[in-house]
Write a protein that binds this ligand. Structure first.
Ligand code: SF4
Length: 399
């Protein structure tokens, strides 16, 4: 008997239940003979709860566990044995960093782990019945269409150093049949809104094209991360149909509304593109969230002026759309994945440990110009009239 652990999280918006299922073993078709047990674990539960649940199912041959975020690993770490197989979005980063754990970590697809070279094209949301029991208005799950980033050059990004191993090209693997995959995603029974996250850090132009040309059910939501570069804009510009992005929830890795900052980060995008991409997605029926970062050690007057100017331009077309169609998400204080990366900007930093490796955060004194500029940028975003969510702005925190 095998045990499959899937984490989930629950939230509430305006009194309605939202369910987020982290599901890294997404693509294989479950065996009919039921020689496995699914264990769905709410991320709110302590490790002792999970350990107890697992112990109810002994003896098990293999425990498969899909990891999406560091918190999942920290929860199960105390009781991982060599019976465990760890997969999911976090797995390739763990391997690249050489994180030492008992059991096996698989970065590839589950089918390959099972010795099956042919990847299944049918996505079977095996949690369908279980999701219904949670009585949620909105259910989102992970439907990974590939790994790695086609750009792989942003200085703050872990993918550059780990998933892409410092190389922009050749470190991306994509499903060959993305159009077929999204076309067979169907709303879950009893759920008002069903949504799949495409699970890739920056959707490549080739994949976006396949999705836009697929016969997908436009009542079914798709979420993805996107870079505002010319290759992506060219794809979007080519489609004039104003429903082509319907129910697509696009998080644009914008980081900052200042060109000065984008260049410092080697983001490879322009502010003009960042604004145009939002317009194109909104016009074509989609939703846009600008993912930004906070607390830049190099913040200056130029960044403040450029942010104010960009906000003005965004406001010019924002009023044409309901508030929820365009928003800002603060990912929090900028973190740097290596000492070399942070050293390029300052030698005044601290670090924190997670998963057995370090992330670096710069120290910005409260009486400095950089702190004041960050404060002005955060205030401008917060008071912009756009929906702001995510982390609180660091420089606006009470002393
Ligand atoms: S585009 Fe996104 S995933 Fe790619 S390197 Fe930049 S931040 Fe990382």
């Amino acid at each position: 008997m095998d045990l499959y652990i899937t984490f989930f999280g629950k939230a509430e918006l305006n009194g309605k239940g939202l369910l987020y299922i982290a599901n890294g073993f997404s693509f294989f078709e479950r065996k009919e003979d039921k020689d496995y047990i699914d264990l769905y674990v709410n991320r709110d539960k302590p490790a002792s709860f999970i350990e107890k649940e697992i112990s109810k199912h002994q003896p098990v041959d293999t425990i498969y566990c899909s990891l999406s975020i560091a918190q999942d690993l920290e929860t199960i770490r105390p009781f991982i044995t060599d019976k465990w197989v760890l997969g999911g979005p976090l797995a390739s980063g763990l391997i690249a960093r050489g994180v030492d754990l008992p059991g096996k970590i698989i970065a590839g697809y589950y089918e390959k782990h099972q010795g099956n070279d042919r990847l299944s094209c049918q996505f079977t949301p095996y949690f369908r019945d279980w999701a219904q029991t949670e009585e949620s208005y909105f259910v989102s799950f992970n439907c990974s269409i590939g790994k790695g980033c086609y750009w792989g050059k942003c200085k703050f990004c872990e993918y550059r150093y780990f998933d892409n191993q410092g190389k922009a090209d050749g470190r991306i693997s994509l499903r060959s049949n993305i159009g077929d995959i999204v076309a067979q995603l169907r709303p879950l029974p009893g759920v008002e809104i069903s949504n799949a996250h495409l699970g890739i850090p920056a959707i490549p132009p080739k994949a976006l094209k396949q999705i836009l040309e697929s016969k997908r059910d436009k009542q079914f939501g798709l979420s993805t991360f996107m870079r505002a570069d010319d290759t992506i804009l060219d794809v979007l510009r080519a489609y004039k149909d104003n429903t082509i992005c319907q129910n697509m929830f696009v998080a644009i890795g914008c980081e900052s509304l200042s060109q000065f900052a984008l260049d410092k980060l080697n983001k490879g995008t322009t502010l003009e593109n960042t604004i145009e991409i939002a317009k194109l997605i909104l016009e074509r029926g989609g939703y846009v969230t600008y993912d930004i970062m906070d607390h830049y050690v190099f913040a200056n007057r130029q960044m403040v002026a450029e942010t104010l100017d960009a906000l003005k331009k965004l406001k010019e077309f924002k009023c044409e759309y309901p508030k929820q169609r365009i928003s800002f998400y603060n990912n929090g204080v900028t973190q740097w994945p290596t000492k070399e990366a942070v050293n390029e900007f300052t030698d005044d930093y601290s670090h924190f440990d997670h998963l057995g490796y370090k992330s670096y955060i710069t120290n910005i004194p409260k009486n400095s110009d950089a702190f004041e500029c960050n404060r002005q940028i955060s205030l401008a975003l917060q008071n912009s009239g756009f929906w702001n969510f995510g982390e609180p702005y660091k420089s606006l925190e009470q002393a």
